[in-house]
Design a protein around this ligand. Structure first.
Ligand code: PBG
Length: 329
């Protein structure tokens, strides 16, 4: 028996160049999707209290953010509107208005920065008075098929305005197929669908609801359409269906507590998988850093790298611009 270890795994870790040489995972700004909140007015920046460092921007200033994203090497921005209270209705019909905040923002961005990808959320919650992602019946139940019809209309006005990736986040059954059909029929054959196939009814969405102004509005919860955090097999069925209906890529949401789902989807379906590092995850890192419990930059980069290691093609994160700055050195 030798008195030395047969293998020394520390050998390849012993210098910077060697660690870089054997690194299995790469994270770059091109893997990041930057979510931006749009609000009304001109020259308006509204900081969001529950998301320190994140603001809502009026359309003119969103364009500046798109230029910034491009300069940082971020390929895609995701848009969410803070619809004025007076335009919210029970049926969320403002979602179908070709001149709503979302559509105006898409057009302004595509005019100014044509080669940045624009991803748009499809769901009615920023437009409804009750804060749900769809239409509700007298009992408060979110009805599936009529909601889907509205979502198709919403996706079409977004595509007509220039959206590159339609991202249904509503969890209605059958909506990916319905949206795909409508896009094809309207000639938007290269508009992609990134389906939030596995979206969980999560406690991590709090600050987002604040950001899109639906915090005080939401009646009840979203458990009859978003998934139970206890389930993983069911996520595979959701993904399988959405792929069959024409999804080009899959989103898992939230991110960090669901890395197992990301890995399972990647191994089983071999389709591009994305993680949404949601508002509560962002707030958690910011709070930890502010409390001195960890180094902010290191926490941000480690969590983003973990998503890549788990199998993600990319990550939608409120830390996108900050992380891109760090990655660009
Ligand atoms: C709505 C939507 C939500 C988020 C993105 N799209 C909220 C919800 O489902 O209630 C949350 C994102 C975040 O927390 O960052 N369809």
């Amino acid at each position: 028996m030798s008195m030395y270890p047969a293998l020394r795994l520390r050998r390849t870790r012993s210098s910077t160049w060697s660690r870089a040489l054997v690194s299995e995972t790469h994270l770059g700004p091109q893997h990041l999707i930057w979510p931006l909140f749009v609000t009304s007015g001109q020259g308006v920046e509204e900081p969001i209290a529950s998301l320190p460092g994140v603001s809502r921007w009026s359309v003119d200033l969103i364009v500046a953010r798109a230029r910034e994203a491009k300069a940082l090497g971020i390929g895609v921005i995701a848009l969410f509107p803070n619809t004025p209270r007076e335009l919210r209705t029970d049926d969320g019909r403002e979602a179908l208005n070709r001149d709503n905040l979302m559509c105006r923002a898409i057009r302004a961005i595509k005019d100014a920065v044509p080669d940045i990808g624009v991803l748009t959320d499809v769901a009615l919650d920023p437009y409804t008075t009750h804060g749900h992602d769809g239409l509700i019946d007298a009992t408060g139940y979110v009805v599936n098929d009529t909601t889907s019809e509205l979502l198709v209309g919403q996706a079409l006005v977004q595509a007509e305005s220039g959206a590159d990736i339609i991202a249904p986040s509503d969890m209605m059954d059958g909506r990916v197929g319905a949206i795909r059909d409508a896009l094809e029929e309207a000639g938007h054959i290269n508009v992609q669908i990134m389906s939030y196939a596995a979206k969980y009814a999560s406690a991590f969405y709090g600050p987002f609801r604040d950001a899109v102004g639906s915090t005080g509005l939401l009646k009840g919860n979203k458990k009859t359409y978003q998934m139970d955090p206890a389930n993983a097999d069911e996520a595979m069925r959701e993904v399988e269906l959405d792929i069959a209906e024409g999804a080009d890529s899959i989103m898992v949401k939230p991110g960090l507590p669901y890395l197992d789902i990301i890995r399972r989807v990647k191994e089983r379906f071999e389709i591009p998988v994305f993680a949404y590092a949601v508002s509560g995850e962002y707030a958690m890192i910011e709070a930890a850093a502010a409390a001195g419990a960890g180094d902010r930059d290191a926490l941000v980069l480690e969590t983003l790298l973990a998503f890549r290691r788990a199998g993600c093609s990319g990550i939608l994160t409120y830390h996108a611009a900050h992380a891109a700055r760090l990655l660009n050195g």
